[in-house]
Design a protein around this ligand. Structure first.
Ligand code: GLC
Ligand code: CA
Length: 543
């Protein structure tokens, strides 16, 4: 495979609203990110991905953009952004930004103009219909909203304030490409491209045997026939000619469709985020991890990508609960399970992404009160289900496991008030465990989750085989142990993570040299609960 900077990189995702508040208004901001660049540099990060910082009314925390070429007031100014970019580059790191082009805010001047009248020159930049289809939107409720002034319905697959752009309209597409190139000319190093599997729609009703008011309509706006042609144009007219990295958010994609999305010969992006593994392996409501399912899916992606494409590797992001809470054990094996899960995904073929706070093992928030939550998805889900009569307690149980707010509580920097995130009360409450779970408590402790992550990053950056080698599962004999081998002409590495509380009988491979483990006291012939190890193996013997 061709060697490239973004394949060798480790990416850190920042949710700026929750990362660091520089001016004491309780909201994280761009200068707050700049202040922490040395922190990220010290951890070993190469690429920073920052979630939306554009002008936005914040219905979905910036994923509803009202001006693509301006910065949200609470985040700072365009100069702040430029300084951030410059400071990132000074440290030899790169910065990628979120590109939200499936929809805009209903406050975007394009939409304001579009809704002003049926004859507007921008009417067709969005989707207007006399008749709505029976679709439900992703965050609950109908996917169409009636506009009494112009007497038609407009489409929104997320919330009614996130209006879908009409990708069939050439002028609209041109405006979007121009905007993208404007950012590239500014020097950003690429994009994470939001919800990009949804830009093409098929406007027909869903079958509705149960006579629901609205029907989940995923297949009508996900990977619809003709999407790939649209993406090819996006790549050619917006991305081509720059040395950048693009990562498409395309949750629905399965491994057998990988080629058209990300292969080196016909892919439209360098990587995508899919959700197949996370979905297959989790019990959303009760938590818990099915290691066999996880292994089946991830191995399929590893094999399909071999020599063809490049994987993105991630456990967490701003849309998911904390892994140590849902897949690990954040009570009795907090350190062990956080590091074992880290070790499991970090050394596969692909580029690893770390979500802010993951490197210190941040956990789900214990909020019991629905008013402590902020996320529009969580709130809508609660509201719509209550209306249908689902009991409060049942909903709270789900929310406490899966709400997106678990990933969005402020970053825990130290044990001072508000976790050192801000001097004022934050927009979303800090997880009360910040008193002991924070960066300051871990950074100088060689036995912390932070130090383990730092060592993993270092290992990956120092061993070519961990980037470009082949990946093959190896059988440990225990179903809950995820073990695989990376190998190239010169080197062979074995990675084994026990992802359960059950010890596994395990014989250290003969002549293997241990490079990293999360257990100080090892027991011969056993992988202890959540024990994770990386071994270097002499190639002459095994090759
Ligand atoms: C993506 C984002 C999510 C957002 C949605 C709508 O899935 O990751 O946070 O709510 O798109 O833009
Ligand atoms: Ca602030």
């Amino acid at each position: 495979m061709k060697k490239t900077w973004w394949k060798e990189a480790v990416v850190y995702q920042i949710y700026p609203r929750s990362f660091n508040d520089s001016n004491g208004d309780g909201i994280g901001d761009l200068n707050g990110v700049t202040e922490k660049l040395d922190y990220l540099d010290e951890l070993g990060i190469n690429i920073i991905w920052i979630c939306p910082m554009y002008k936005s009314p914040n219905v979905d925390n910036g994923y509803d953009i009202s001006d693509y070429q301006a910065i949200m007031e609470e985040m700072g100014t365009m100069e702040d952004f430029e300084r951030l970019l410059e400071e990132v580059h000074k440290r030899g790191m790169r910065l990628i930004i979120d590109l939200v082009i499936n929809h805009t805010s209903d406050q975007h001047p394009w939409f304001v103009e579009s809704r002003s009248s049926k004859d507007s020159t921008k009417r067709d930049w969005y989707v207007w219909r006399d008749q709505q289809t029976n679709w439900e939107c992703i965050f609950g409720g109908p996917a169409w909203t009636f506009d009494p002034k112009s007497n038609q319905y407009y489409l929104h697959i997320f919330t009614k304030n996130q209006v879908d752009l009409n990708w069939e309209n050439e002028d609209m597409r041109k405006a979007v490409y121009e905007m993208i190139r404007w950012w590239l000319d500014k020097g950003v190093d690429g994009f994470r491209v939001d919800a990009i599997n949804h830009i093409k729609k098929e406007y027909s009703d869903m079958p509705n045997p149960k006579n629901l008011p609205y029907v989940p309509a995923w297949e009508k706006f996900t990977e619809v026939e003709g999407l790939q042609e649209m993406l090819a144009e996006l790549k050619e007219k917006a991305f081509s000619g720059y040395d950048i990295v693009t990562v498409g958010e395309a949750n629905s994609v399965k491994s057998h469709d990988m080629e058209q999305w990300i292969s080196e010969h016909e892919g439209k992006f360098n990587m995508i985020f899919h959700r197949e593994a996370l979905e297959a392996a989790s019990d959303e409501v009760n938590g818990g991890l099915d290691v066999e399912d996880l292994r089946e899916v991830l191995d399929r992606w590893q094999k399909a990508a071999h020599g063809v494409a490049w994987n993105s590797l991630y456990l967490e992001n701003h849309d998911r609960p904390r892994t140590v809470s849902i897949w690990g054990n954040d009570r009795d094996y907090w350190f062990e399970s956080a590091t074992a899960l880290g070790c499991m995904y970090f050394f596969m073929q692909g580029t690893p992404f770390i979500y802010q706070g993951q490197e210190i093992g941040m956990t789900n928030a214990p909020f019991d009160d629905i008013d402590m939550y902020n996320d529009i998805e969580t709130k809508n889900m609660y509201r719509y289900n209550r209306k249908e009569g689902v009991p409060h307690e049942d909903l709270m149980k789900i929310i406490k496991t899966i709400s997106r707010d678990h990933a969005r509580t402020p970053m825990q920097w130290n044990s001072r008030k508000y976790g050192g995130f801000s001097t004022a009360e934050p927009w979303l409450a800090v997880n009360p465990n910040y008193k002991w779970l924070n960066v300051e408590a871990q950074k100088d402790d060689p036995k912390s989750i932070w130090s383990y992550y730092k060592k993993m990053i270092h290992l990956r950056q120092n061993w070519d085989v961990l980037v470009y080698g082949t990946t093959n599962l190896t059988d440990s004999g225990c179903p809950d142990v995820y073990a695989y081998v990376r190998e190239d002409r010169y080197t062979k590495m074995l990675i084994a993570s026990n992802l359960s509380e059950r010890p596994c009988t395990w014989n250290t491979p003969y002549d293997a040299e241990l490079l990293l483990t999360n257990y100080e006291k090892r027991v011969k012939g056993v992988l202890q609960p959540y024990e994770a190890c990386i071994y270097f193996m002499k190639k002459e013997i095994y090759g």
